[in-house]
Design a binder for this molecule. Structure first.
Ligand SMILES: [Zn+2]
Length: 601
């Protein structure tokens, strides 16, 4: 779109400027205007067909306060109050009544203002134009042509859910049908439909009472706007019980989330299951500009983020990404005449709606009664519902959207929870602000990646610890078995040496020396025997001490019991053959004579 030109000041330059900005935005059918004070200047951006573009940049610092005050005055908002405020005003225009809803948010540089522009006489888009895909249109058409029941239209706030309701109402409108539409914001007029406009700040009780009043008029079809409180949900169910077909919107990411949100509000699951006939979840994806899109290398896509979905990327030619230029590059391209005339360097052209259509069938009952949002979505996919992710992958394969838009359709569970938590922390965050949502999404994506990496690290650490433990145990076992082997080997050597000692001992004791030579030989045997014994002691063998000690069955073998008074009973009185031990092990029992109590007194 062309930029708004600032001209020379007239009577009141600020009033004139604001008027011109609004007139230009309305002429271009913009949906939002953003007045954003910066450190030293005021920036004004405009959203048109879902795309955000700069309308005026670097307006002098002294224009900030009067511009913001002028908008507040138009919307009859208190100029000094710092808290977030809302207000609306009408704007005359050639294209019928236009309503502008102002929201203020205090920032460090002053109040930012979001102006949402609603056109009452926008050209009515028929349902089949809104949803050209026949595979998607047919189940939706079946659901909305039911005679009775609750139809939930699910999406982010301002995402286009009301366009589906309006198109459905227009299609259902007949002379013999009474249709009421209740809403808190101005929407397009549809012939034959009674619109009841409630104040934006209407509380739940007021909305519920209004629905109740409508019910007294015996309507056939009722569009009740957003269900965001239990009283509104209850009157919706009451309307179904009275035989109405009820359309309601709900802010949620998926059909399953819509159901679990309603149950969380306090709606009994069984009642919800009985009343609901279908859920249409809507999501808008940015469409690539055909004229300047760039080929996308599939190798560089973070496919892992899509979880279990296997995206086969064989045909490389049909994937594209946006050719988005920064403001400096746009200026340069403009000067050299190379700026894409279709998208002005944004890389995108309009939006594509994708729809998850959940028809409530018996098979879904147990999951709706007991399951969480994710399991409801999975169960719905098993009944044939095509998921946002599948639909987005199709569009990506057709070269219509970038991979970043596919990623937006595959939010992991934790990511959803994080987003919910963030939404609760910043209730005034503009849900339709795609840029902010995207940077939030990116931040959440990286947070998710970081968390995943962290959990992988933790898992690796745990594995490492486990292996360390196993290694330690193995080492222990080796040490143990090594010492067992050692001990066994030593025992074998010791036993072998001991048998030699026995032979030497036998030889020594068998000699009754008569001559010096024989005495010398005996002495030689004795020395050899002692040397052998000291060697055996060195490998840990101990000679069992026996004589004069108490008899012990594991050390001694009784050769003879001797009846005597000289020693207490059970005392070893003679050792016939030495016993040996090695550590805990007894190599050989000592052969002993043991004293027993004398029977002769
Ligand atoms: Zn382009």
């Amino acid at each position: 779109m062309t930029q708004i030109q600032s001209t020379s000041p007239e009577d009141n330059p600020i009033i004139n400027l604001v008027d011109r900005i609004l007139a230009k935005a309305i002429e271009d059918r913009a949906s939002h205007l953003y007045f954003e004070p910066q450190d030293r200047s005021l920036q004004i951006r405009v959203r048109h067909n879902g795309l955000l573009q700069t309308a005026l940049q670097n307006m002098p610092h002294h224009t900030i306060v009067p511009t913001i005050d002028r908008l507040k005055a138009l919307a009859q908002i208190h100029p000094e109050r710092p808290a977030p405020q809302t207000g609306t005003f009408d704007r005359p225009s050639k294209i019928g009544r236009v309503q502008i809803a102002i929201t203020t948010l205090p920032t460090q540089f002053g109040d930012t203002i979001t102006a949402k522009i609603t056109y009452t006489q926008r050209p009515q888009i028929a349902l089949h134009q809104l949803i050209p895909d026949r595979q998607v249109f047919e189940p939706i058409s079946r659901i909305i042509h039911s005679h009775r029941g609750l139809i939930l239209i699910v999406g982010a706030r301002d995402s286009g859910t009301s366009a589906i309701v309006d198109a459905s109402l227009a299609e259902l409108q007949q002379a013999d049908r009474k249709i009421y539409a209740i809403d808190r914001q101005l929407t397009a007029d549809i012939p034959g439909i009674d619109r009841i406009l409630l104040p934006a700040a209407a509380d739940a009780q007021t909305i519920a009472r209004t629905i109740d009043t409508c019910l007294h008029q015996q309507p056939d079809i009722l569009a009740i706007g957003a269900i965001d409180s239990l009283p509104v949900a209850q009157t919706a169910l009451q309307a179904v019980a009275q035989g109405c077909l009820v359309f309601a919107t709900i802010a949620a990411a998926t059909a399953g989330e819509a159901i679990s949100n309603l149950i969380a509000l306090g709606v009994p699951a069984a009642q919800l299951y009985t009343a609901t006939i279908g859920i249409i979840a809507q999501k808008s994806l940015k469409q690539l500009c055909n004229d300047c899109r760039l080929p996308q290398e599939p190798d560089r896509l973070p496919l892992a983020q899509l979880g279990n979905t296997i995206l086969s990327l064989t045909d490389r030619s049909s994937y594209y990404r946006a050719h988005t230029l920064d403001p400096i590059a746009i200026e340069r391209a403009k000067q050299s005449g190379k700026l894409c005339s279709q998208c002005q360097g944004s890389g995108y052209r309009g939006e594509i709606g994708i729809y998850e259509v959940l028809t409530i069938v018996d098979r879904l009952k147990p999951t709706i009664l007991h399951g969480d949002a994710e399991s409801i979505d999975l169960a719905a996919q098993e009944t044939g519902m095509r998921s946002f992710l599948d639909l987005a992958i199709d569009l990506f394969r057709q070269g219509k959207i970038a991979f970043s838009e596919v990623q937006r359709c595959a939010p992991p569970k934790t990511l959803l929870q994080d987003r919910l938590a963030n939404a609760q922390t910043y209730p005034d965050a503009e849900a339709s602000d795609l840029d902010r949502a995207e940077s939030l999404e990116a931040a959440l994506y990286w947070k998710q990646q970081a968390l995943q990496a962290k959990s992988e690290c933790e898992q690796l650490l745990a594995e490492l610890e486990h292996y360390q433990q196993e290694t330690d145990e193995f080492e222990q076992r080796i040490k143990q078995s090594r010492s067992q082997v050692e001990q066994r080997t030593r025992a074998e050597i010791a036993l072998h040496l001991l048998s030699v000692v026995d032979v030497i001992e036998l030889a020594r004791t068998s000699i009754k020396p008569q001559t010096d030579r024989e005495a010398a030989i005996q002495k030689g045997y004795s020395m050899l025997e002692n040397k052998m014994l000291s060697s055996i002691k060195e490998i840990g063998v101990r000679v069992t001490e026996s004589k004069g000690r108490k008899f012990e069955a594991h050390l001694h073998e009784v050769i003879k019991e001797v009846s005597t008074h000289e020693h207490p009973a059970g005392t070893v009185i003679d050792e016939l053959k030495r016993g040996y031990t090695l550590g805990d092990r007894v190599l050989r029992l000592a052969q002993v004579n043991v004293a027993v109590a004398s029977t002769y007194n």
